[in-house]
Design a protein around this ligand. Structure first.
Ligand code: T4K
Length: 409
């Protein structure tokens, strides 16, 4: 418990936690089942290249998501690149700037211009009206991101894509086990891309997948992720290596068996954060629509500095000093990262909501690595820092500006 400002670790007090608390601590299923499966892989001497576990995982995922095709990949970035190529995108593609850099890079990597579009301040996903304004004669596609697992306005984006004859791809990296209008995300648009990275709700160590109901597109993507091989010695397409290996698939199958438990833990934590912070001025934990399924992987705070009296970055520094490794996803926005800030120096003028959100959003640790007492203490630090905002600011003004974020990983 902190009772005076000097108790904050930023000003020399003991940190609230002896060990670092992370945002992306991996979820993990039953260890013995995973080891059993890895033993099987070693027995079989079949380590990769569409092995039995990858095939089983693809079948199970397609069933779970209610989609015809699921093509497992080594990660979501390669999966996005392949989906973009298979859809024949070129020229310009409309993407949000408020996303992980991989969404933009996957286009730019193949010399397609990501045209950064603003998001809706409530949903943090592409604002369809702004999308419409960004369409030019060079536009070939839209990539919507279901950020924090909250679905894009799929209906509005589909209508725009159809009317302008554009491809519609969804980056569903955050949205495994989430729904849009009651239907699992995975079968919307022309294709959707999931990430199964260690930090994701459902993980395969590293991994990803493209899902689609389009047979022709699925066949093309399968070829592309395996160098274009249609059989032994028979290359019929340009391709790359996007394959998932058997150990990752074994992890995926094991994680799938514990999904309910992962959601339960996340939900309980999320509810506790919301409850504990409900009376703290200027902090708003983003809302998930009760009518939809969400994986509750992300506890996202919006900081209103006018009410807290303390900036998001000051709160971040305070938390880091206490060993709470909160994150500023997705600061500073793709348009302010290279190569985009050099290529498109004026992009920010059309992104007022993004420019605001990147200064206000803060993600707190969630998942099975954090429990009730830790959450109470994290919230206690936030409450205390805000109650003492005047004094904290005075101390920071005395030249004690912290550099924890730069130093602290
Ligand atoms: N699209 C979107 C919207 C995405 O968010 C992402 C990835 C992608 C596409 C691309 O997906 P992949 O190609 O990765 O499949 C992390 C992840 O590396 C990245 O996958 C993820 N989004 C992004 C949101 O977060 P960083 O740079 O923040 O990672 P890092 O190493 O700082 O890890 C985050 C936290 O997790 C740390 O505080 C430590 C903890 N952690 C991490 C790892 C890897 C662990 O406790 N254990 C671990 O094994 O990007």
């Amino acid at each position: 418990m902190k009772t005076e400002v000097n108790d904050l670790a930023l000003f020399g007090g003991p940190p609230a936690f002896a060990e670092k608390l992370h945002v992306g601590r991996p979820n993990f299923g039953e260890r013995a089942r995973l080891i059993e499966r890895i033993d099987q892989i070693i027995e079989r001497r079949w380590f990769t290249n569409a092995g039995p576990y990858v095939q089983e995982l693809e079948r199970r995922l397609a069933d779970f998501l209610g989609v015809k095709h699921c093509i497992a990949m080594c990660n979501a970035t390669i999966a996005l690149e392949i989906a973009i190529k298979a859809l024949g995108l070129k020229g310009e593609v409309i993407v949000p700037s408020f996303t992980f850099i991989a969404t933009a890079h996957a286009a730019q990597w193949q010399e397609i211009t990501p045209v950064f579009c603003d998001v809706d301040p409530q949903t943090h996903t592409l604002d369809p009206q702004r999308v419409e304004e960004m369409v030019t004669s060079r536009t070939t596609g839209i990539i919507g991101v279901h950020l924090w697992g909250r679905p894009c306005d799929v209906a509005a984006l589909s209508e725009i894509a159809q009317r302008h004859r554009l491809a519609l791809l969804f980056d569903a990296a955050h949205a495994f086990a989430c729904t849009y209008r009651g239907r699992m995300i995975g079968s919307f648009g022309d294709a959707e891309v999931f990430s199964f990275h260690a930090t994701k709700f459902f993980n395969t160590f590293e991994g990803g997948a493209v899902t689609t109901n389009n047979d022709e597109l699925a066949a093309k993507i399968r070829l592309m992720k395996n160098f274009g091989f249609a059989g032994y010695d028979n290359v019929i397409y340009i391709g790359t290596n996007g394959k998932m290996n058997e150990v990752c698939a074994a992890m995926g199958l094991t994680s799938l068996e514990s999904l309910e438990e992962f959601i339960g833990v996340n939900r309980r934590n999320y509810d506790q954060y919301r409850q504990e912070l409900s009376d703290v001025r200027g902090l708003d934990v983003i809302h998930y629509d009760d009518a939809e399924n969400n994986n509750y992987q992300y506890v996202v705070l919006e900081v209103d500095e006018a009410k807290t009296g303390i900036t998001r970055d000051e709160l971040l520094n305070i938390l880091w000093a206490e060993n709470v490794i909160a994150r500023r996803y997705f600061y500073p926005g793709c348009h302010r990262a290279e190569p985009y800030r050099t290529l498109y120096p004026n992009a920010g003028a059309k992104l007022p909501v993004t420019e605001d959100l990147v200064t206000r959003v803060l993600l707190l640790p969630n998942g099975s690595a954090i429990g009730e007492s830790e959450i109470r203490d994290v919230c206690g630090v936030l409450r205390f820092a805000i109650e003492q905002a005047g004094e904290v600011n005075l101390r920071l003004g005395e030249g004690l500006k912290a550099t924890v974020v730069e130093a602290g990983k």
